[in-house]
Design a protein around this ligand. Structure first.
Ligand code: TRP
Ligand code: SF4
Length: 403
């Protein structure tokens, strides 16, 4: 068993309805790669949707289904990744509550998204308890699976950092034992002479230099010990970093490169800008949307030369076109030898070709909602098992076991 679980990946997405090309190129393609390499947990963050949509819950359920169908249709594979719905796992809520007891208000108030989002969503009353606590709910999402790697966009990195602080504080408060030093010394002895010496050296190096690589080598050494009890392993892991057992390991953010996928207007593709191409967009609508996309305003007539750097269509070519095609665009645009509609045609063809198999699969899932329900039921069952184990441990160290 790998206690530090460096290879458990977890990420959540709010149910915002049908997904678009921005999600595909920004997030989902990344998830698809990760699922081949790591133990992945991907979940629908429906409680998170409530933190801003508490007065408008009618659309959430259908958004959940649409989103999961889109995940499956693009190739998120339930055979490789565990897919589930947050609210089906009540342990998220229980851990959130327990963590809330020891989380300073000031930590929540200083998270940048708190004030930013309140500013941005001015038409909503977001001076609520749930909204302030939303990053802590996210911490519970992560810590309940002891996930080591959290693929997120730039805007979410602060939440993972916050989660690290929450975990550290929890371990500090509840991982302490009166006889920790004695027990740790005993555990080190049990490793055997050679490993004990390596362990002590690595610990010393880590404490002096704070080198993350040294830490992970030391953690792997502890994980590999065959003759050491689980409790002792946690002591040995905790002792590397401090004076307490590690109950909730600190996660790392896995920064997703920001999506190169621009919207139809050159801004970031986002539902709130109404500049999206949905994964369920019909071929006809794709064609219409691309044909009416703005181009370099200098190209008023077909004979006016343009500059691809001033044109959002060019950014689509960066994603969809090979070298030859891109050269064709560059020369054709700058010398006015191609028209903008000529330039857009290969993009239209590429997007339609990209979406066709996705839509075919989505159609199958929509015709068989039972299969989607079964996939989620199975994922929830798996996730719940892990979450239950963590909560048992958490209750125990907090002294909440009544037997
Ligand atoms: N807060 C994330 C968002 O709004 C979604 C999310 C919820 C999440 N819980 C998470 C992401 C846990 C990663 C890990 O996009
Ligand atoms: Fe944009 Fe292509 Fe028209 Fe140039 S030719 S302005 S790159 S659409």
């Amino acid at each position: 068993m790998n206690l530090s679980m460096p290879q458990r990946v977890l990420s959540g997405m709010r149910p915002t309805g049908q997904l678009h090309l921005g999600h595909l190129h920004g997030v989902l393609n990344n998830w698809i790669e990760l699922q081949h390499k790591y133990r992945c947990y991907f979940f629908v963050a429906d409680w998170h949707a409530l933190t801003t949509e508490y007065d408008n819950t009618a659309a959430i359920a259908s958004s959940v289904w649409d989103m999961v169908i889109d995940w499956l249709s693009v190739g998120i594979n339930p055979g490789e990744a565990t897919l589930f719905i947050q609210s089906k796992i009540p342990e998220h809520a229980e851990l959130h509550l327990l963590l809330s007891m020891s989380t300073p208000l000031s930590w929540l108030e200083r998270i940048p998204t708190y004030k930013d989002q309140q500013q941005k969503l001015k038409n909503k009353d977001l001076s609520t308890y749930g909204f302030l606590g939303y990053p802590l709910l996210q911490s519970a999402d992560i810590l309940v699976y002891k996930a080591g790697m959290i693929p997120v966009g730039e805007d979410q990195v602060a939440h993972v950092e916050f989660t690290r602080e929450v975990a550290r504080r929890f371990n500090h408060i509840y991982g302490r034992e009166a006889d920790f030093e004695i027990k740790v010394t005993e555990a080190i002895r049990k490793m055997g002479k050679k490993s004990a010496k390596t362990y002590k050296n690595l610990r010393k190096r880590y404490q002096e230099q704070g080198n993350a690589e040294v830490l992970s080598i030391a953690q792997a050494l502890v994980d590999d010990q065959a003759n050491i009890s689980l409790g002792d392993k946690k002591r040995l892991l905790g002792y590397l970093e401090g004076q307490a057992k590690t109950i909730l390991p600190e996660p790392e953010a896995l920064l997703t490169k920001t999506s190169k996928m621009p919207g139809l207007d050159g801004q970031k593709m986002s539902k709130s800008y109404q500049n999206t191409i949905s994964l369920r967009e019909t071929a006809k609508s794709v064609e219409k949307k691309i044909r009416t996309m703005p181009t370099d305003p200098a190209r008023i007539r077909r004979t006016d030369a343009g500059d691809p750097d001033k044109c959002p269509v060019w950014e689509f070519h960066q994603i969809y076109s090979d070298m030859d095609k891109k050269t064709w665009v560059q020369t054709g645009c700058k010398n006015a030898t191609i028209g903008c509609l000529d330039c857009k045609q290969p993009i239209i063809d590429s997007i339609i070709a990209e979406l066709a198999p996705i839509q075919e699969r989505a159609k199958n899932y929509m015709e068989e909602p039972e299969s989607v329900r079964a996939i989620l039921a199975e994922g929830c069952e798996q996730a719940r098992q892990t979450a239950r184990e963590t909560l048992e441990e958490v209750r125990q160290v907090m002294g909440l076991v009544y037997r």
